[in-house]
Design a binder for this molecule. Structure first.
Ligand code: ZN
Length: 294
């Protein structure tokens, strides 16, 4: 079974008594989905995933391009200007994958270890170690106008360097693992806070899954039942959302991408619509409360 999750640290920030600001828009590194964006992919080998072959890397890059072209096309249909450049880590010698093992064999095994925070901490360490190695392959920062040179020691510093190198604020950092467990997950971290930079770990080369996780980085929420929807009320809401959006990429990422679309609900969260339609607000907020206009 394909399972996709997102770690959301805070959902809403009340700006006044009746207006609710979603913390996913204009937040952190990815902010809103427009303008020039760099999707920076890092291919990671580990003991309990398949090693990345040349063919696997090339076909996954093809899938990434299918996903980004689909998003650009959807943006165009909404008169939003989006250009996504796909870049990926490789050493000066041309080697692409970076090797790093998960502390508990797999992504899901590590993420769900108890207590939960220790699994997330292990994933951060895993991602930082890889980011540090990826940073070594970046051209040195030789700018004469800076004082202290960028010490590429973690993913936050890698993103700072990538912003510099590609001359854009919008950098989407995505780690790719070559998974062979059919029930493994893909995950996106920290879309709703400013404390840690957001990033995704993608387990499958399916363009729909890549588009789904990419949209998470820019603020989209899961519109299907996840293991975090434990309350009856939350389950009911998700059932309703899946019924309302029968072709939504944030709900049905296991389907063929060409059969999917992006709903107005998600468009609001990624910054393509200034207002959330009233009928959707009622699914998220109590009566008498309204979503902010951006
Ligand atoms: Zn998801």
């Amino acid at each position: 079974m394909l399972l996709l999750i997102v770690m959301v640290n805070s959902c809403y920030v009340p700006s006044n008594l009746r207006t609710v600001v979603f913390s996913s828009v204009n937040n952190n590194v990815c902010k809103r989905l427009d303008g020039d964006i760099v999707l920076y992919a890092i291919f990671v080998d580990s003991k309990f995933t398949n090693p990345w072959s040349k063919y696997d890397i090339e076909t996954t890059l093809d899938s990434i391009r299918v996903a980004t072209e689909w998003i650009e096309q959807k943006a165009l249909e909404d008169s939003v200007d989006v250009h996504i450049q796909v870049a990926y880590h490789k050493t000066l010698q041309g080697r692409v994958p970076i090797k790093n093992d998960f502390s508990k064999k797999t992504l899901s095994g590590t993420l769900y270890k108890k207590p939960l925070w220790s699994g997330v901490r292990d994933i951060y360490k895993w991602a930082d170690k890889i980011a540090k190695e990826a940073g070594l392959s970046m051209p040195r920062d030789t700018s004469p106008i800076t004082n202290i040179k960028n010490d590429l020691k973690n993913r936050e510093r890698l993103i700072a360097r990538l912003r510099d190198h590609y001359q854009t604020d919008h950098v989407a950092l995505m780690y790719f693992i070559n998974n062979y467990y059919s029930d493994e997950i893909s995950a996106t971290f920290d879309i709703s806070n400013d404390n840690n930079v957001e990033f995704s770990i993608v387990s499958f080369k399916n363009p729909s899954v890549i588009a789904h996780e990419f949209l998470h980085l820019f603020g989209a929420y899961d519109l299907y039942l996840t293991q975090y929807d434990v309350k009856k009320r939350d389950k009911k809401k998700k059932d309703k959302l899946m019924e309302m959006f029968p072709n939504e990429v944030m709900a049905f990422a296991h389907r063929n991408l060409s059969s999917l679309n992006i709903s107005d609900f998600t468009k609001y969260l990624i910054g393509w619509k200034k207002e959330m339609p009233v009928e959707y607000q009622r699914l998220l907020l109590k009566k008498g409360y309204f979503t902010a206009k951006y």
